[in-house]
Design a protein around this ligand. Structure first.
Ligand code: UD1
Ligand code: UDP
Length: 374
């Protein structure tokens, strides 16, 4: 009998980081019957990733609503997963990271009696309000999950401190590095039409890449960040700031209002994964509050200014590629201008580092499951 595996995910970053794991399970079709359920907590941004990795979900809960809230989202995921879990009856469910999909799917899978496996386990700030609600989503998943795939030794240590059994934790590297390496290979052989289009827009201009979406930055935080970007743009006219804007209306509205008219800032729709990776690679620096971008940038040697007060990814800060700056307007301006104008600092921060893995995380995870007795 094949062992039944269900991967559940819902947002862009989960899809990017679960896609290579799905492909790896699919290589072992004689042993595993692997299916995907998307909650579609995200819609367009999720579909972009599914499309690039050529993945058709077996189940699609299609729950995204414009301007959704955490209450409805959590309830809809748990309620709608019941039928899927009862129909497929998986032995193992894989969840990823820290979203509401992660937390709610862990609970539903536990209710259904599946063994729950957490990818990207053990990241912590130990501040329940930052990132909100992700820190608590991760902690809830850790309480529920049977197996914990930690990206780094540091994340394993965090789990052991919480009395999680050592034998249930495996350090694998982050699956985002598997996705990144594969995608770099694809772009290199076969640049997309969007890459060619971006090439024409950018010409030879020097680039600052920006992304942002965190809930704890909504409101005042985004106002501060946007004011800083306007000033960085006017102080550095020889740079082009390019910002693929997250589709959350709480992000789109302030960003368009404050940055929409600035000459050397371009606001664009979210990019497909390969196009975004290409743009990261072209950029001089990155300003972001994204978790995934903090993990990808060290492998590309791109200095990152993190516009958050805390990070659950301290490895890149220790490696020196990432600086945690917060959302104070002056601090963001000062740090960005220093980095653009101080070549020694820039050189030091742009050394290649790879604290998040060697691109073989998915192989390790599948081997681990394969070796568990039935
Ligand atoms: C979610 C996750 C966050 C993750 C981020 C990745 C939670 C609580 N938050 O935040 O941890 O870092 O995704 O991007 O799980 N929208 C669209 N189309 C899309 C996606 C979003 O229109 O494809 C709009 C909708 O109006 C939606 C809103 O964005 O209601 C918010 O989406 P939601 O998933 O609740 O929050 P994110 O800020 O995207
Ligand atoms: N990303 C993308 N297109 C974009 C912006 C980001 O494909 O326009 C990718 C990025 O490379 C990273 C992931 O999306 O792998 C990060 O997603 P996000 O910042 O939304 O979520 P987080 O990682 O903060 O949870």
């Amino acid at each position: 009998m094949k062992r039944k595996i269900l991967l559940i995910f819902g947002t862009r970053p989960e899809a990017i980081k679960m896609a290579p794991l799905y492909k790896e399970f699919k290589k072992h079709n004689k042993v595993f019957n692997t299916k995907i359920c998307v909650t579609a907590q995200h819609r367009e941004m999720l579909d972009q990733v599914l499309d690039f990795f050529n993945i058709t979900p077996d189940y699609d809960l299609n729950i995204m609503k414009p301007n959704q809230n955490l209450f409805g989202l959590t309830a809809d995921i748990i309620k709608n997963l019941k039928c899927v879990l009862e129909e497929f009856n998986p032995e193992f469910v894989f969840v990823h990271g820290d979203t509401t999909t992660t937390m709610a799917s862990s609970i539903a899978s536990f209710y259904a009696g599946a063994k729950v496996c957490h990818i990207e386990a053990g990241l912590r700030t130990n501040n329940k309000l930052s990132p909100f609600p992700e820190e608590i989503n991760r902690q809830v998943a850790s309480r529920i999950c049977d197996y914990h795939f930690a990206p780094t030794e540091k994340s394993k240590e965090n789990l052991l401190k919480e009395n999680i059994k050592k034998s249930s934790v495996l350090v694998t590297g982050n699956t985002v590095i598997d996705a990144l390496f594969k995608t770099l290979e694809i772009i290199d052989k076969n640049p997309t039409s969007k890459i060619k289009e971006l090439h024409k827009i950018i010409k030879n201009q020097k680039l600052i890449l920006v992304t942002g979406h965190r809930r704890e930055n909504h409101g005042k935080g985004f106002e501060n960040i946007c004011k800083a970007l306007n000033k960085i743009a006017s102080n550095n006219k020889d740079y082009l700031i390019i910002y693929p804007v997250h589709l959350n209306p709480k992000v789109v509205n302030p960003v368009k209002r404050i940055l929409g008219k600035t000459e050397n800032i371009i606001l664009i729709e979210p990019l497909k994964y390969p196009d975004f990776i290409w743009l990261m690679n072209k950029s001089k620096i990155i300003i972001t509050d994204s978790g995934g971008v903090q993990e990808e940038a060290p492998s590309l040697g791109k200095p990152v200014i993190v516009i958050r007060e805390t990070t659950e990814r301290p490895e890149a800060v220790s490696a020196g590629t990432v600086i945690l700056v917060g959302t104070n307007t002056e601090l963001i301006i000062n740090k960005a201008c220093e980095l653009l104008n101080n070549s020694r600092l820039y050189k030091k921060m742009s050394e290649l580092h790879n604290p998040y893995g060697d691109g073989k995380a998915c192989k390790r995870i599948v081997n681990f499951i394969n070796n568990l007795s039935q």
